[in-house]
Each structure stands twice: as structure tokens, then as C-alpha cells.
Ligand binder design. Structure first.
Ligand SMILES: NC(=O)c1ccc[n+]([C@@H]2O[C@H](COP(=O)([O-])OP(=O)(O)OC[C@H]3O[C@@H](n4cnc5c(N)ncnc54)[C@H](O)[C@@H]3O)[C@@H](O)[C@H]2O)c1
Length: 459
């Protein structure tokens, strides 16, 4: 019988990987967990995905790939399902106890007061406490605050009754996921990964295992909390830099300085890393990670983490600013927003993905509703679906003739080639708010659009 992974030496784990005798289980097979599970299966290791979403499990087991916006994984999915290397289940015990390695890719959202919500991870930790058989390796890929793994998670798996003991009954580490939705395969093949663990032996096991699956550089972290701190630091850095350009945009608009011209020139300086202004920052990562950082910092300072708080406020104000720009543009033709028909292009929080989690578009819609506008939404990833309380269009062109204003809210590829001349000829009133600055503003003016971009001012 094969030794338990917890007690394997370096050469034993290499042998177990080579002979494909290690079984992998991924709990949470969503945006990140499913591609992760498919990569493990594609490396030859039998993999099972566990999820509480019955529809998702059913879809996967009937060979219907759910992540159509993740290029490359459809092919891998068909291959590993055909080879019977991958299947999904809702049965926790079946998945966990038939596996040597348990990878957690569970959601870590926040509640309506912006407090991080780790209930999915903690409920799975409790189940592991109750059900886990001896000798397994648990790896957390979810994004969590530094210290959460060592304290809350570990304490829950071990339990107050100390039924399980780390190092004796199981081992534990982290490998925070950093891939970008829409390009996960590409990122899995090039982004270095951080590995932290409760002890050096576990870290070695994880590095050997991930080296087999991913061809990227694996960076050893001194512990779990440092690995989790790196993950948060990179995303908070981005959230803050976007807040910086968003605030610059508000000032430059008034000063008659075009932010895009400034950024294009600024990025020629070797130590300037460019970020762009927009209608806000969404998705399950950046906003949540900033609040995780704020929550984490509370443990160590009597003040709040002011800089991150301010950055969040600036980014959360951008949907309001977008609507202000719209009102200002409508005002130029003496049209009130109340009663106007506004067409929104894009609902996803980022280009070319089907994902509306924490999308700034939701607040734009809410504000427009409050102000009495009639709202229409077109998004190529959400045709004829109900989002933000509105049934989306399956094409936007026929609706231009009834539109008093248009907001480009997401920079999907489909919108990059929109011709200002076409908009001018088709729209009822040629009012265009370009929250992604993808339209050539000089062209917009020349053809007679009433155009506003974020940070671009009036022409
Ligand atoms: N999406 C991203 O861009 C991204 C990037 C890097 C890291 N992350 C992190 O990865 C983690 C997962 O994020 P995601 O975007 O894949 O989330 P997701 O919502 O797409 O997927 C999570 C899956 O977990 C399932 N689930 C929830 N509770 C469960 C439970 N108790 N038992 C079993 N399954 C359960 C859900 O049904 C869902 O399918 C989060 O911590 C996130 O912050 C996400």
C-alpha cells in the first residue's frame, strides 16, 4: 500500500507523481478551481472536483464545459473527461476520502458592510474536521488575509476537541491563485506561484506536486501568512494605483488636461507603471482584497488603513461620476436625465469575460434608475438575460435610434471598433459617455458627438 502523502519523502512523492498514483480533489470548481482541477487532471493525476452547485456538477458530468470565456480549457476539458481523469461530484466524502491532496478554491467574498466573509472555507474546514481520514495534504488557493490559515482555518480543522492534529493527521499549506479571468491558461503557464506551508516538509511536497503540473517558477515563502500577504499586496497596489489615476482624472477634467495624453507620455518613464481611469473597479478580487487588507490591518493599528480606505472611496465614487458626465452632456442639449433612454454597452466588470461580480455597472444602473432614466443594456456575454433587474438586449444597433445617450461601460473587444460616425448617424441624440476612453475623442468631436470620457474634459 502507498504511504500517506503526509509521511512521504522527497523521492517517494516524486515516484507517486510519476506513477500517477496520487489522487487530487479540488473543492470549489468555479472560475479558478475548475481550470486548476483540469490542469492537475491534464498532468495525468486522477482528479475529482467537489462543488455544492448541483447544476454546475451536472453540466460538467454531461460534458458541457461551463467556462466558455477561458480559451484553451475547452480542449483540455474534453480530453481529460474522455480519458476519465476528471469528474465532478457534490458528494464531499466521496471526493475527499478518495484523494491524497485536497485543494481549496472556495469563494472569499465580503458582506454588504465590506467585511470579508470566510464562511465557505470555514464550513469546509469544519467538514474536514468531521470527515477527514488520516495523512492528507490540504492546500488553500483561495485569497485570504494573512494569518487566517494559521489561526481560524487550522483551529477549525483541528477542532476544539483536538480530534485532528497538524503534522500528525494532516498537513497544510497555501498556493494563492493569481491568474486573471479570461486568460487563466496563459497565466498558469507563465505566472510564478507562491508556496507557503505550516512546515518545510509540507512546502517541499507542494513544490514537487505543483512543479509536475505547472511549468512556472515556484517561489518558497517563509510561511502561509507571508504568501497570503504577497497576494493581497499585488492587488491592493493595483486598486490604489487605479484610485490615483481616477482622482487625477477628476482634476484633469476640470483643468482641461487630457488624462490619456498624460498617461501615454508618463509611461515612457522607466519607473512609471501605467493604470487607467474608468467607471470603477469591480470583480471578486481587487475591491475584496483591499477590504481584506483593511480588515487585516485592524489587528495591528488603532487607526484604519487610511490610504486603502481612501482609494476604495475614490474608486467607488466613479460610477457616480460617470452619471454626472452623462447629465452634463445631456444638459448641453437641454435634455433631463429623467425620462431619457440610456443605452449601456457592457455589464461585465472587465473586458472579454462573462462576469458581473461587483461590477461598477450595477451602481450606474441603480443611479440611472433613481434619476428616472429608461435603461437598456447590451453585453455580448449576457444576451437576453436578466441582470441588475433589466432584461439585456441581443443586439444594440437597432436600439440606437431610440437612445438619448450611450455609456460605454466595459471595454469588450466588440466595442473597440465602434465608429463615432456610425453612432452620430444612428442615435436619437448623439450623447456618448466613454468610461473606458476607447473612442478617439477628436474624431468624436469632428463627427458631432456630444462626447465625455473619464478624465478627458470637454473638447
Ligand atoms: N476569479 C478571479 O479572478 C480570481 C483570481 C485569483 C484568485 N481568486 C480567488 O480564488 C477563490 C475562488 O474564486 P473564484 O472566482 O473561482 O470563485 P467562484 O465563485 O467562481 O467559484 C467558487 C466555487 O465554489 C463553490 N462553493 C461555494 N461554497 C462551497 C462549499 N461549501 N463546498 C463546495 N463548493 C463550494 C461555488 O459553488 C463555486 O462554484 C477566491 O478566494 C478568489 O478570491 C479569484
Amino acid at each position: 500500500m502507498m504511504k500517506k502523502i503526509l509521511n512521504m519523502t522527497d523521492s517517494e512523492i516524486v515516484d507517486a507523481i510519476q506513477s500517477r498514483s496520487l489522487n487530487i480533489c479540488v473543492i470549489g470548481i468555479g472560475r479558478i478551481g475548475l481550470p486548476t482541477a483540469l490542469s492537475f487532471a491534464n498532468s495525468g493525476l486522477p482528479t475529482i472536483g467537489i462543488d455544492i452547485n448541483e447544476k454546475l456538477v451536472e453540466m460538467i458530468n454531461s460534458r458541457n464545459f461551463p467556462l466558455k470565456d477561458e480559451p484553451g480549457y475547452d480542449v483540455i476539458f474534453n480530453k481529460v473527461v474522455h480519458e476519465k481523469k476528471f469528474k465532478a461530484t457534490t458528494n464531499f466524502n466521496e471526493g475527499v476520502n478518495s484523494s491524497d491532496v485536497i485543494i481549496l478554491s472556495l469563494p472569499t467574498p465580503m458582506d454588504d458592510k465590506n467585511i470579508p466573509d470566510y464562511s465557505a472555507l470555514l464550513s469546509v474546514a469544519k467538514k474536514l474536521h468531521d470527515e477527514l481520514s488520516d495523512g492528507k495534504l490540504i492546500i488553500i488557493e483561495s485569497t485570504v488575509e494573512p494569518g487566517f490559515v494559521e489561526k481560524d482555518f487550522l483551529e477549525t480543522v483541528e477542532g476544539k476537541d483536538q480530534k485532528l492534529k497538524i503534522g500528525k493527521n494532516f498537513c497544510l499549506g497555501v498556493c494563492p491563485e493569481t491568474a486573471n479571468p479570461g486568460q487563466i491558461l496563459n497565466d498558469f503557464e507563465r505566472l510564478p506561484r507562491l508556496v507557503g506551508a505550516i512546515d518545510k516538509h509540507t512546502q517541499n511536497l507542494i513544490i514537487k506536486l505543483y512543479k509536475h503540473v505547472f511549468t512556472v517558477n515556484l517561489i518558497s515563502m517563509p510561511d502561509c501568512k507571508t504568501a497570503n500577504a504577497v497576494k493581497l499586496t499585488t492587488n491592493v497596489f493595483r486598486d490604489l494605483n487605479i484610485a490615483f489615476v481616477n482622482e487625477l482624472a477628476l482634476i484633469f477634467e476640470k483643468a482641461g488636461i487630457d488624462i490619456m495624453t498624460v498617461l501615454e507620455a508618463a509611461k515612457t518613464k522607466y519607473n512609471f507603471q501605467v493604470h487607467y481611469p474608468s467607471a470603477g473597479v469591480g470583480g471578486p478580487c481587487l475591491p475584496v482584497n483591499s477590504y481584506q487588507m483593511i480588515n487585516f490591518a485592524k489587528n495591528f493599528t488603532s487607526k484604519t488603513f487610511e490610504l486603502v480606505e481612501v482609494g476604495r472611496k475614490i474608486n467607488e465614487n466613479m460610477p457616480f461620476h460617470t452619471v454626472e458626465l452623462l447629465e452634463d452632456a445631456l444638459n448641453e442639449i437641454n435634455l433631463p436625465l429623467s425620462g431619457a433612454t440610456i443605452l449601456i454597452l457592457g455589464a461585465s466588470y472587465k473586458p472579454d469575460v462573462k462576469d458581473i461580480q461587483i461590477s461598477p455597472v450595477e451602481n450606474i444602473v441603480k443611479l440611472l434608475k433613481e434619476k428616472g432614466a429608461n435603461i437598456q443594456i447590451y453585453d455580448p456575454y449576457f444576451k437576453n438575460s436578466k441582470i441588475f433587474g433589466i432584461t439585456t438586449l441581443d443586439d444594440f444597433v437597432p436600439n440606437l435610434k431610440n437612445s438619448n445617450g450611450l455609456i460605454i461601460a466595459t471595454a469588450h473587444k466588440d466595442f473597440h471598433n465602434i465608429d463615432p460616425k456610425f453612432l452620430k448617424s444612428k442615435m436619437k441624440n448623439p450623447v456618448v459617455i466613454d468610461s473606458k476612453n476607447i473612442i478617439n475623442q477628436h474624431l468624436a468631436k469632428n463627427v458631432g458627438l456630444i462626447y465625455r470620457g473619464i478624465g478627458r474634459g470637454k473638447l
